[in-house]
Design a protein around this ligand. Structure first.
Ligand code: AMP
Ligand code: GLY
Length: 440
């Protein structure tokens, strides 16, 4: 099978590798020259992934199907255009991708279909509406309704220190940032987790749970980022998520898929649920219409069923299951110095690929440029390493050993996957649940 892989990040490197492992020939389009993807491709072209007509004309006659990695091409209708050209995609058509690209669509879909796990919210288009929404919601979060690369949500009391800052942020949104409209929603307290699933329009097949780390610095400090690293456990759950919480989260995802099918807007692709586990159970923070980055690395490294088989089943609406290894994974990103504030771009990074391989770890290139074998940073994340082993402790140690083979003006979060941080999450959930029980 010949597969077009769209996107040039670490997530797409993981997708391309999983497809290749299952026997596919890879044809890739990306806007930067990712050396990892480049090397395993039969052919590759450097083009902006949102340039639909260039992508489709290049793909026509070359591939049997497409796997779309990032959200930006989904938002502009790449899956629709490929479909018109007779190429099925893993990735939803534009109207279904709104589950991610419009937070207004997502919240209203859940509300209209009476799906649990949503929050109180208001949509505002001007300062007057914004102010009254803030007053009504009380303890709130402000986000643009559109895409912002995971950096648009600002929490009152954290990113927004007082009402003045909240109003300034609303003004910036109404001037056009993230689509010009704001969602003001209830602030949730708890622990976040990610549930990703394969979806074929009606059937949903879940993947192991993963926890990402959004904040740039150790101890969950600093600005929000695209994600600094993530881990998953050998039992495919997380230590602070009860089985009943997991089942509840899965039910919410299935109801969303059914609601979209009922509305005549079926969802085909990877559905990513970002949940906040609160004392009242799991609540949706957002949906993504694609794999998470870094979460793709965790689950695809565990996937035993050929990804080509799953992709065909998604296209044909015949999805039945997927097997994952019973191992733990820890993924850690390496990012340029200053990332999250002002990245040091165009600096060389030394990567000892052979040494990383000898540790048993995996290496995924992200937003780098490769010039005659020398890797240079861009302003985004540089590369990710992944440790995989029978338990989380061993997987974390493997990831750390892999990191020691990367040198340059870069940094990582060494606390991800370590016992101290995981125990802190468990204690946090116990405290929230304890407080809730005392109140009842
Ligand atoms: P989003 O852009 O919606 O993925 O949000 C990015 C991050 O902001 C999330 O991962 C959370 O850490 C935080 N966040 C978003 N919405 C909420 C909410 N309703 N309550 C608390 N934190 C939130
Ligand atoms: N890891 C968060 C995201 O992919 O949006």
């Amino acid at each position: 099978m010949k597969v077009l892989v769209v996107g040039g990040g670490a997530r797409e490197h993981a997708i391309a590798r999983a497809l290749k492992r299952s026997g596919a020939k890879i044809y890739s389009v990306m806007k930067n020259r990712n050396p990892g993807i480049y090397r395993i491709s039969e052919e590759a072209v450097i083009v902006d992934e949102k340039e639909i007509s260039s992508v489709v004309s290049w793909a026509k006659g070359r591939v049997d199907m497409a796997f779309i990695g990032p959200e930006a091409p989904l938002e502009v209708g790449l899956a629709d255009a490929l479909q018109d050209a007779g190429i099925p995609s893993v990735g939803p058509v534009k109207s279904a991708a709104r589950i991610e690209t419009s937070k207004e669509y997502m919240r209203s879909l859940m509300e209209r279909h009476g799906i649990e796990g949503t929050v109180k919210y208001r949509v505002a288009e001007n300062m007057e509406e914004g102010k009254s929404a803030i007053e009504e919601i009380g303890d709130f979060v402000i986000k643009p309704t559109g895409l912002t690369g995971g950096k648009g949500a600002k929490v009152f009391g954290e990113h927004l220190k007082d009402e003045g800052e909240a109003l300034d942020y609303l003004r910036r949104i109404f001037e056009g940032y993230g689509g010009g409209k704001a969602v003001i929603e209830e602030r949730l307290k708890g622990e976040e987790f990610t549930l990703q699933a394969f979806v074929d329009g009606s059937n949903l097949v879940p993947m192991p749970l993963v926890q990402d780390h959004k904040r740039a610095y150790e101890g969950d400090k600093g600005p929000n980022t695209g994600g600094m690293g993530s881990y998953s456990m050998e039992n495919h759950r997380l230590p602070f998520v009860k089985e009943s919480d997991y089942e509840h989260a899965l039910r919410i995802m299935k109801k969303v898929v059914r609601a979209m099918e009922t509305d005549g807007n079926p969802y085909k692709g990877i559905l990513y649920g970002q949940f906040m586990l609160t004392a009242q159970g799991p609540k949706i923070i957002e949906f993504n219409a694609r794999f998470g980055d870094p979460e793709a690395m965790n689950v695809l490294s565990l996937l035993e069923t050929p990804l080509t088989e799953i992709s065909e089943a998604i296209a044909d609406g015949e999805l039945s299951g997927a097997e994952f290894m019973r191992k733990a994974t820890v993924c850690k990103y390496v990012v340029p110095e200053g990332y999250g504030v002002q990245s040091k771009a165009n600096v060389p990074v030394e990567v000892d690929e052979e040494a990383i391989k000898r540790e048993g770890a995996e290496l995924f290139y992200a937003s780098v440029n490769d010039d005659k074998g020398q890797i240079y940073t861009t302003s985004s994340r540089t590369l990710a390493v992944l440790g995989i082993d029978d338990d989380i402790e061993k997987a974390e140690e493997m990831a750390e050993r892999a990191l020691s083979h990367v040198k340059g003006d870069v940094f990582s979060r060494h606390d991800i996957g370590k016992k101290e941080l995981i125990e802190k999450r468990i204690r946090h959930m116990e405290k929230l649940r304890g407080n809730a029980n005392r109140r009842n």
